[in-house]
Design a binder for this molecule. Structure first.
Ligand code: NAD
Length: 327
């Protein structure tokens, strides 16, 4: 009999790709989200539109019976959404309710294994002040001092999932994603993250123009291509390691150099203008030592390869949507 998986947040970026991967592996998959996948990346066997903040809805969904649950639903976005402070109450309230409800309903209905997607945003700001030497090894999460309410909620929910494992014997897997990017992710509208925003700006800007980059551009990050993220999720889920474990890339780059990479991939001649804007911590990079030790694997794709695929997709979106955006 086919294994049954539930993907919560299947209307979103990572969820949509994860559904495809599980289908390829022969699972029967149900997707759940507030919305349909924006880019038609929905190949689930069944898709339920609904609100995971509602415990009755969660109960109805989980009653169907699943071997595995992937809890990706969250109220989230890029720096323009998370770091302005304007959405803090929603981010904490909405995401915490999804996590509480999905986990408890999974316990009630005997789910065998549950995956929770935490974030690099849980790491303390005091370890990420030097852009050249950020520290994001898993044990460095405490004493806790995330720089956003989004990070605090993720930390709370990590602990929630681990508590259910401890007290109720549930099999839980927790990953901390570091800046996942790729095609079929949000690229406009205010919730897009830096890689997609950069690709959009470059695609929209005519030859000889300039793109705006938030901050002085010296802040550093690493970015992981979506296929590698999904590979990491599957490997963690199949392993006997609970986590939390980083799922990210160790190829750190400054934001200005990243912008230059995107410009290079586009083949255009553009300049960069650094302007004030929300930036988050000064430096962040994944530390994959624990991942390598526990999963015997680490991502291998170069950043450039992922940027080429992502830019191509976003440039096409910009082209197709040009009349709509200019209205
Ligand atoms: P996304 O915003 O594309 O997907 C999240 C989905 O959750 C959305 O489709 C949204 O509609 C859905 N959702 C939100 N509230 C809901 C509710 N009440 N009921 C039902 N569905 C609801 O985000 P993503 O990039 O695919 O991220 C997936 C998960 O990974 C999130 O938990 C996110 O915090 C985490 N994460 C992502 C990244 C990244 O770089 N993309 C980094 C760290 C952590």
């Amino acid at each position: 009999m086919k294994k049954r998986a539930l993907v919560c947040g299947a209307g979103g970026f990572i969820g949509g790709h994860l559904v495809n991967r599980l289908k390829e592996e022969g699972y029967w998959v149900m997707g759940v989200d507030l919305k349909e996948n924006e880019y038609n990346n929905n190949n689930a066997d069944e898709f339920q539109l609904g609100d995971l903040r509602d415990p009755r809805f969660c109960d109805t969904v989980l009653k169907a019976g699943f071997n595995e649950v992937y809890q990706l639903a969250a109220d989230m976005g890029g720096a323009g959404y998370i770091f302005t402070g304007d959405h803090d109450a929603n981010v904490m309230h909405n995401s915490a309710l999804c996590n509480l409800n999905v986990l408890d309903a999974s316990k009630q209905h005997g789910v065998e294994r549950i995956f929770y997607s935490s974030s690099a945003c849980i790491y303390p700001e005091y370890n990420q002040l030097d852009p050249d030497n950020p520290k994001c090894s898993e044990e460095s999460a405490y004493p806790a001092a995330p720089d956003s309410e989004y990070g605090w909620e993720k930390l709370f929910s990590e602990r929630l999932y681990l508590s259910y494992a401890r007290n109720y014997g549930m099999t839980v897997r927790v990953a901390r994603f570091h800046n996942i990017f790729g095609p079929q992710g949000t690229w406009t509208g205010g919730r897009e993250k830096a890689p997609a925003a950069m690709c959009r700006k470059v695609a929209e800007t005519p030859e000889g123009g300039h793109i705006e980059v938030w901050g002085d551009g010296k802040q550093t990050r690493s970015f992981l291509y979506i296929d590698e993220c999904v590979e990491g999720v599957r490997r963690l889920m199949q392993s006997d390691f609970t986590g939390p474990v980083n799922i990210g890339s160790e190829e750190m780059i400054s934001i200005n150099d990243f912008a230059k990479m995107v410009i290079g991939v586009s083949g255009k001649n553009l300049n960069i203008k650094n302007i004030p804007g929300p930036t988050g911590v000064r430096g962040r990079n994944s530390d994959n030592a624990l991942m390598l030790e526990k999963l015997n694997w680490k991502p291998e794709w170069s950043l450039k390869k992922g940027v080429e695929l992502t830019y191509k997709w976003i440039a096409q979106q910009v082209k197709e949507n040009a009349p709509v955006l200019s209205k």
